[in-house]
Design a protein around this ligand. Structure first.
Ligand SMILES: [Zn+2]
Length: 249
């Protein structure tokens, strides 16, 4: 296992340029570098009094849809203030040049804002609204001024909810399957800014490794993935991309 020495960045550049199929998985650490707090360490005194289960579950929404909607509206406003960081921008650039499949656990849309066209959003997107009724497939882009609960314009029988995966819910099968296939088929897998602790997302690196891919982790702290990675870069992801991108242009 290599560590975060100076020469590791040129080696990472060389690996990226020689890989046939790259998969990148990003997590909360990448959003945190843009100033987006993780769900659990919200410092807002009003919202921090609530258990995340009451704000991010179907039961919580059924009990008090107004409260849950307002919480997500608050989150959306926080996220709207954030800007993509060098990792988002660098990945968008790499996607235009290299065969790179991007999987994210983040729901903030910052990869797309940085210019990424294809993003497998495992946990959905906070700026999508969808009907809470399972028998209705209505989805729409969230409008910034929609601060109050919206009744579904299609079925007229249920509220719209944020298009994110809540506690106790399954990930969308088609996204899961696409991420699974890409991971089995790659020869270079990069895990960035994620503790890689939550399944099924944690399993993608394992699938890639079983298929013979090189595994590289970029994360400031050790994670359960670290011991399985071929290389580990212990640094903020944005700072790695600041040093990496000049070597690739
Ligand atoms: Zn509906």
């Amino acid at each position: 296992m290599l560590n975060s020495s100076e020469k590791i960045i040129p080696q990472l550049a060389a690996q990226l340029l020689s890989a046939q199929r790259i998969v990148v998985m990003t997590g909360a650490g990448v959003s945190a570098e843009s100033g987006i707090s993780t769900f659990r360490d919200s410092e807002d005194s009003y919202w921090s009094q609530f258990d995340p289960m009451t704000l991010a579950s179907l039961d919580g929404f059924s009990d008090n849809p107004q409260r849950v909607w307002h919480w997500y509206q608050w989150r959306r406003q926080q996220i709207a203030l954030a800007r993509p960081n060098p990792a988002h921008v660098g990945l968008a650039h790499l996607q235009r040049r290299l065969p790179l499949y991007l999987i994210t656990q983040n729901v903030d849309g910052l990869h797309q804002q940085a210019g990424s066209q294809q993003v497998c959003e495992l946990h959905g997107n906070i700026f999508i609204n969808q009907c809470v009724s399972v028998s209705c497939n209505y989805r729409e882009q969230h409008q910034d001024n929609a601060s109050d609960l919206i009744t579904c314009p299609q079925c007229q029988q249920a509220y719209l909810r944020p298009g994110v995966v809540w506690f106790g819910e399954c990930l969308a099968a088609e996204r899961l399957e696409a991420a699974d296939l890409a991971s089995r088929d790659c020869d270079l897998f990069l895990s960035m800014g994620t503790s890689a602790a939550v399944y099924p997302a944690a399993g993608f690196a394992a699938l890639a490794k079983q298929s013979g891919a090189q595994i590289i982790e970029i994360n400031p702290a050790a994670t359960p993935l670290s011991e399985h990675a071929d290389w580990v870069i212990r640094a903020p992801v944005g700072s790695v991309f600041e040093r990496l991108m000049p070597l690739l242009s």
